[in-house]
Design a protein around this ligand. Structure first.
Ligand code: NDP
Ligand code: 8X3
Length: 249
């Protein structure tokens, strides 16, 4: 039985991946800041598989390492790390950008991903085996108006994904990025700070990707034969051609 650690498992893509992995028989370590949601999901998935929850903020370096250190014996061998935790905060022209938003995006999407990887990679190195999935974005492939720092954070994920693959080459560790386009999750609620009307509008007038679609692709990626590594995969809904071109009715 493989063990998968998923960051940002309390909602959206991470939660859907947890559900899919549970059904497919992976042992799970689920992470996030909202403890009640983690406990609820653990309870729901317990009928399918063994679930351990870790409640911490990926921005906190010490918490990241203490939580990985705290894993019980049967969860210590992490075969799959899904670096998914992240969000956009704000959508403002750079000259009006909020610096707390900038800090959040860089600290969570970039540094959090690095801390998690730094904590998990040593075990993979010891075993000369593992699979790291970095959740990037179409925003990591192109920059769109007012996306500035969020796009920068996802371009950084793209670079880190490439760097990890290069540096870990020869150690039996697969590294790849999945880069979703518009996906209907709590992403826009967070970006627009709880303004539901603004958030809903993002996904109106076309069929956006659903988190289950991305979970399906993540599951496909981790179940390829060992010699196959999906290095970088961008996925958009059919209505989307680029970050700014979406066929809305
Ligand atoms: P959601 O807002 O639904 O989920 C984000 C998850 O990240 C939550 O589980 C949240 O958990 C967790 N998270 C956020 N901040 C922290 C933190 N500081 N410490 C620990 N966990 C944190 O959004 P999505 O599912 O859409 O986003 C998942 C990933 O997919 C992100 O990296 C996002 O950038 C990326 N993505 C999303 C797209 C979209 O259109 N939705 C498209 C392309 C990429 P909690 O708040 O409980 O800590
Ligand atoms: C999320 C997709 O287009 O809102 O990364 O940046 S987008």
């Amino acid at each position: 039985m493989k063990t998968a650690l998923i960051t940002g498992a309390t909602s959206g893509i991470g939660k859907s991946t947890a559900i899919r992995f549970a059904v497919e028989g992976f042992r799970l370590i689920l992470c996030g800041r909202r403890l009640e949601r983690l406990q609820q999901l653990q309870q729901e998935l317990a009928v399918e598989t063994e679930v351990h929850i870790l409640n911490f903020d990926v921005r906190n370096r010490q918490e990241v390492f203490d939580n990985i250190e705290s894993l019980p014996e049967q969860f210590r061998q992490i075969d799959i790390l899904v670096n998914n935790a992240g969000n956009a905060h704000g959508l403002d022209p750079i000259q009006f950008g909020d610096m707390d938003d900038w800090d959040n995006m860089l600290d969570i999407n970039v540094k959090g991903l690095l801390y998690m990887s730094k904590a998990v990679i040593p075990g993979m190195m010891e075993r000369q085996s593992g699979h790291i999935i970095n959740i990037g974005s179409t925003a990591g492939k192109e920059v769109y108006p007012n996306g500035n720092v969020y796009c920068a954070s996802k371009h950084a994920v793209d670079a880190i994904n490439q760097g990890m693959r290069i540096d870990l080459n020869g150690n039996g560790i697969r590294v790849g990025a999945i880069n979703p386009g518009l996906t209907e999750t709590e992403f826009s609620d967070v970006r627009f700070k709880g303004d539901a009307a603004k958030a809903d509008k993002v996904y109106q007038g076309f069929q956006a990707l659903q988190p289950e679609d991305i979970a399906d692709i993540i599951h496909f990626t981790v179940t390829r034969p060992y010699h196959v590594n999906i290095a970088d995969l961008t996925v958009m809904c059919t209505a989307q051609a680029s970050s700014t071109i979406v066929d809305k009715n």
